[in-house]
Design a protein around this ligand. Structure first.
Ligand SMILES: C[S@@+](CC[C@H](N)C(=O)[O-])C[C@H]1O[C@@H](n2cnc3c(N)ncnc32)[C@H](O)[C@@H]1O
Length: 214
């Protein structure tokens, strides 16, 4: 399901023994811009929240957030950062858990945010995640993600996400609509920015069904 060996959790646990390369101490700017332009509504679920900066940023802007990550050290650090952050304007919780099953973390979320989570998985994993997201989100809810737009074909690296893939997997025939999709950059502590894709994908509400394809 992922490129991170037989025990992905052990891989990420090891990374969080030091400073994770993706831990830039702030949300990824491309994803933050998208969220500012198209603000989420309702309770937000942050998949693979890591050390919590995106969830904290959202709570500082008044959005209630649940952040979930299976790496305990990341969640401990996220809670510590939240305690230091101050000026939270909405409830913020972090849980250690499996984020591949968002519907088991709750139903009726207004939004799900994903900074570098979806791109960890292969086709089957992405398909399963999309089905779970459809259950976890309220009608009209939105899925915001930022992912690598390049393929590196190396162990322990994310896999490319393309606009065509998102348009197919999150298309109207499946109860989704593409609200926005754009180029972005993934910043890290260790390497130049990586070309990325940022997208906002909306669940089609029952009273506003997607048009039937001609
Ligand atoms: C590339 S990091 C991104 C972290 C954070 N969202 C950020 O932008 O800094 C991916 C995160 O997903 C977490 N993760 C991977 N697979 C997971 C799973 N099945 N359940 C929960 N968390 C997972 C990892 O522990 C890691 O924190």
């Amino acid at each position: 399901m992922s490129r991170f060996g037989p025990d992905p959790r052990a891989f990420f646990d090891t990374i969080y023994e030091g400073e994770a390369p993706w831990d830039i101490g702030a949300p990824q700017p491309g994803l933050a811009r998208l969220l500012e332009e198209l603000p989420p509504e309702g309770r937000v679920l942050d998949l693979g929240c890591g050390t919590g900066d995106l969830a904290i940023w959202l709570a500082q802007r008044g959005h209630p957030v649940l952040g979930v990550d299976f790496a305990e050290a990341a969640v401990v650090e996220a809670r510590a950062r939240a305690a230091r952050a101050g000026s939270l304007r909405a409830p913020l919780e972090f849980e250690v858990g499996d984020a591949t099953r968002p519907a088991q973390l709750g139903r009726g979320f207004g939004a799900v945010v994903d900074s570098g989570f979806y791109h960890l998985f292969d086709e089957a994993g992405r398909e399963a995640l999309a089905a779970e997201l459809a259950l976890a989100l309220a009608p009209g809810g939105r899925y915001y993600l930022q992912a690598f737009a390049l393929e590196f074909e190396m162990e322990n690296t994310p896999m490319q996400v393309s606009e065509a893939e998102l348009r197919t997997r999150f298309g109207p025939g499946r109860g989704w609509q593409v609200v926005a999709v754009r180029e972005a950059e993934f910043l890290s502590r260790v390497a130049p920015p990586v070309p990325a894709i940022a997208a906002c994908l909306g669940r089609v509400t029952p009273d506003r069904p997607a048009p039937r394809p001609a």
